[in-house]
Design a protein around this ligand. Structure first.
Ligand code: SF4
Length: 337
C-alpha cells in the first residue's frame, strides 16, 4: 500500500465535492435487504425508504442504485455525514461507501491496497507530501477481487513505478520510457505523428465532456478558450509552471498513485495490455491541459485539486483506458503538451 494509506481520513463535512453527491452507487441484493430491514430510528427508516431506485438491468451485485435528493445528494447523508454510519456503524454501509476511495485487490499472493485520486483528500495529501513509497502493513479488510498474472509482471509493476519516480529526467521522459517498454513500435509510430497535440487533446476532452457534472463545469470553459485561440494554451502553461514550480513532482505522485490504483499496465482486462501505454500518455496530457486551463480561470490550489479530482473520477471510475485505446489516434503525442 502507499505509505499514506493508513493515514487516510475522509474530510466529511469539510469536503467540497463529496462522493455522496452525484455518484451512481450500486448496491447488491444482500446489502439492500440488510438496509431496508435493519432496526433503526423512524428518521433513518424514512430516509432508507426513499434512498433507492431500480436499475434498468437488475443483477445480484447491482440490485439497486442509491438515488439523489433534489440537492443532488445521497438522501442518507446530511452535512457530510452518513446517517447509516452515524446511527448503525460502519459495518452497515454498502461496500462501496465503506471502501471509497480505497481499492483492495489480491494479485497473485499479494494484497494490494490503494486510493483513488478522485477523492480530494487523497490529492491534497499528495500535494502536501513529497513521497509515494510503498509499505507493507496488515490489512483489516479482505480483498474480494482476485487477479492472477505472471510472476514477472509483478516485477514490471514495480519497475514502472520506479521509472516514473526517477527525477533525473522530466516526467514526460519517464512516461515515455515506460511506454517504450510496454509497446516500443506502436509508441514510436504514434509519437512521429504530425497531428497537433493541442487540437487532438481538445477533441478528446470534447468526447469526455459529459462524463460527470463537475468535469463538465471545469472543462467546458477550457475547451472554449483554446478552441477560440489555440495559442493561449502555451501562455497558460507558462503561467501555471511559473506559479506552481513543483507541478512536475506533484503530477508524478498523482500519476504514480493512479498507476498503483490501476495496477498499470494490467488496467483493463478487455484489451491488449500493450495498448495500455495510450491511457498513460493521455492521462499526462489531460492533467497538463486541465491544470493550465483551470489555473487560468481560478489561480489557486483548491481549484487545481478539484479539477484533478474530476479528471480522476473519469480515469479511475470509468473504462477510461479502454475508451482511450478506441478513441485516441496518436496518444503518444500528448507527452508533447
Ligand atoms: S470525496 Fe473523499 S474526502 Fe470527500 S466525502 Fe468522499 S471520501 Fe470523504
Amino acid at each position: 500500500m502507499p505509505a499514506y494509506y493508513p493515514h487516510f481520513h475522509c474530510k466529511m463535512d469539510k469536503c467540497r465535492h463529496s462522493c455522496c453527491s452525484s455518484w451512481k452507487i450500486p448496491v447488491s441484493r444482500s446489502e439492500y435487504l440488510a438496509l431496508i430491514n435493519m432496526e433503526c430510528s423512524d428518521e433513518l427508516y424514512g430516509r432508507v425508504q426513499r434512498a433507492f431506485e431500480e436499475p434498468d438491468l437488475v443483477t445480484e451485485e447491482c440490485y439497486r442504485y442509491i438515488c439523489f435528493n433534489w440537492l443532488g445528494q445521497c438522501p442518507l447523508q446530511d452535512r457530510g455525514l452518513c446517517n447509516v454510519h452515524r446511527e448503525k456503524g460502519e459495518d452497515f454501509l454498502p461496500k462501496i461507501c465503506r471502501l471509497y476511495p480505497r481499492s483492495l485487490k489480491r494479485i497473485n499472493g499479494y494484497n494490494v491496497a490503494s486510493c483513488s485520486g478522485s477523492c480530494e483528500a487523497v490529492l491534497e495529501y499528495l500535494y502536501d507530501h513529497d513521497e509515494m513509497s510503498i509499505i507493507a502493513r496488515e490489512l483489516k479488510e479482505v480483498p474480494e477481487m482476485t487477479y492472477t498474472i505472471e510472476e514477472k509482471e509483478i516485477g514490471q509493476i514495480v519497475l514502472f513505478q520506479k521509472i516514473v519516480q526517477d527525477r533525473s529526467t522530466t516526467l514526460a521522459q519517464s512516461i515515455e520510457a515506460v511506454c517504450r517498454i510496454v509497446n516500443e513500435k506502436q509508441f514510436a509510430e504514434d509519437l512521429a505523428s504530425l497531428e497537433d497535440p493541442i487540437e487532438a487533446m481538445i477533441g478528446l476532452l470534447k468526447r469526455f465532456l459529459h462524463t460527470n457534472a463537475q468535469f463538465e463545469e471545469i472543462v467546458a470553459p477550457i475547451i472554449e478558450r483554446y478552441t477560440q485561440e489555440i495559442e493561449l494554451y502555451q501562455k497558460d502553461v507558462q503561467q501555471f509552471e511559473t506559479d506552481c514550480p513543483s507541478w512536475m513532482s506533484f503530477f508524478e505522485r498523482v500519476i504514480n498513485n493512479s498507476m498503483i490504483y490501476e495496477n498499470f499496465p494490467f488496467v483493463d482486462q478487455r484489451f491488449d495490455r500493450t495498448d495500455s501505454y495510450k491511457g498513460l500518455c493521455v492521462c499526462y496530457g489531460m492533467m497538463r491541459m486541465i491544470c493550465a486551463g483551470s489555473y487560468h480561470f481560478h489561480p489557486n490550489t483548491e481549484h487545481l485539486i478539484d479539477a484533478l479530482a474530476a479528471l480522476f473520477h473519469l480515469i479511475d471510475h470509468t473504462a477510461f483506458y479502454y475508451n482511450i485505446h478506441v478513441l485516441a489516434e496518436h496518444p503518444a503525442i500528448m507527452l508533447k503538451l
